[in-house]
Each structure stands twice: as C-alpha cells, then as structure tokens.
Design a protein around this ligand. Structure first.
Ligand SMILES: CC(C)(COP(=O)(O)OP(=O)(O)OC[C@H]1O[C@@H](n2cnc3c(N)ncnc32)[C@H](O)[C@@H]1OP(=O)(O)O)[C@@H](O)C(=O)NCCC(=O)NCCS
Length: 179
C-alpha cells in the first residue's frame, strides 16, 4: 500500500479525537475511556508534539493510522503505533515500523537504539517487531493491567543503530547467569 506520513499539528485536534475515539484500542491503557476534552488537554500540554515528541499521520486514501514518537531527547526513544482496524493485516504495520525506525535513526544522530513495549498477547505487534528487525529484550510478568481486570505480562523489543546500519539482528545474550 502506498502511504505518506504527515506530521500532526495541533490544529488537527478534532481529527485526532475522532481517530482515537472512533475505534477501540484494547492494547492501550486508558484511551478506551478517552474523551475529546482530555485529548485537547494532552495536545495543549505537548503530549503529541513538543521538542521531545513528534506525531505523524499515516496517510493512504485517508488517515489510516498514527505514530507517536517520544523521549526524543534520550538516546533511546519510544513509540506508539496505531492502525485503523480496516487497514490491519495487509503489511502496513511492518512498512510503517521500518519507516519510523529509519526516520528516528536518520533524523536524530544521537539515538543509539529504539525501543517498544506491548502486551504479551498482542501477537500482531510482536510479529511486526520481529519483521522490522527488532528483538525481544525484556519480559515483565504481571506488569500490564488490562481494562478487563486481567493483569497481563508485558514484553519489550529493541533495535540497535549498529544492527540497523549493518542489516543484522543481534539477540541479547540470555545465557549469562553467573554459575
Ligand atoms: C499492531 C499493528 C500496528 C500491526 O499492524 P498490521 O498492519 O496489522 O501488521 P502487518 O499486516 O504488517 O502484519 C505483521 C505481522 O503480524 C501478523 N499479524 C497481523 N495480525 C495478527 C493477529 N491478529 N494475530 C497474529 N498475527 C498477526 C501478520 O500475519 C504479519 O506476520 P506474517 O507476515 O508473518 O504473516 C496493528 O495491528 C494495530 O494497529 N493494532 C492496534 C494497535 C496496537 O495494538 N498497537 C500496538 C500497541 S503497542
């Protein structure tokens, strides 16, 4: 799918509210109860755009998804990625993850690695991480309270600049327990 990326500007707050409130996002805590007022407050506070945060629309025939990049002043930024349900499962998530990884490493020379976390049962995002060259680096047990009262495990993935530049995938050394 041919997509473009357009940086979010605060004047698009109504569009953002429509996007976030128009669908359920079960793997995000909180947004299920997001309301337009709270989203406006977050925009005003720089949650979507500031010197440490950038947000992009994923645009195909319409705004089909949203990327929020944050902690951009650190050497390890994080991101959130959302694609409308009607556009999932067609390779877009993988394409977008590769784009945002390249964007971060080229736009911010100080960045050494990029990280992302998700719920253990978010199989689509986990597969997307792997396809994008990210490797699992962390597993937090009972760390992600879901809206249904269940406490899920959380998992963390990362990609190193050195791997991204070389086109390699280096797994962590898990077998490092002192004997
Ligand atoms: C997670 C998300 C970004 C992935 O985007 P996508 O466009 O659906 O992903 P792709 O089509 O590129 O698929 C990537 C891989 O995941 C697999 N996949 C997709 N949906 C899946 C599902 N429901 N269960 C298991 N695997 C799935 C695909 O088969 C593909 O793997 P393959 O090539 O080996 O077959 C998208 O589903 C989404 O926005 N979900 C809701 C928001 C969310 O959970 N964001 C992440 C929160 S941290």
């Amino acid at each position: 799918m041919r997509v473009e990326y357009r940086r979010f500007v605060p004047v698009e707050t109504d569009l953002l509210a429509e996007f976030l409130m128009g669908e359920d996002w079960p793997y995000f805590s909180g947004e299920g109860v997001a309301d337009a007022g709270r989203i406006r407050e977050q925009v005003a506070a720089g949650y979507y755009d500031s010197d440490r945060t950038r947000t992009f629309w994923i645009v195909a025939e319409t705004e089909v998804g949203l990327i929020r990049l944050f902690d951009l002043g650190d050497d390890t930024p994080l991101f959130e990625l959302r694609i409308r349900a009607a556009y999932r499962g067609a390779g877009l998530g993988t394409q977008v993850l590769r784009w945002l990884t390249r964007y971060l490493f080229t736009e911010f020379p100080h960045i050494r690695r990029v990280e992302g976390t998700t719920r253990q049962d978010n199989l689509a995002m986990r597969r997307t991480f792997t396809k994008g060259g990210y490797v699992k680096e962390a597993h937090w047990r009972q760390a992600w309270p879901g809206r249904d009262g269940t406490v899920y495990d959380a998992v963390g993935y990362g990609i190193l600049r050195s791997d991204w530049e070389a086109g390699t995938v280096t797994p962590p050394d898990w077998d490092d327990e002192p004997s």
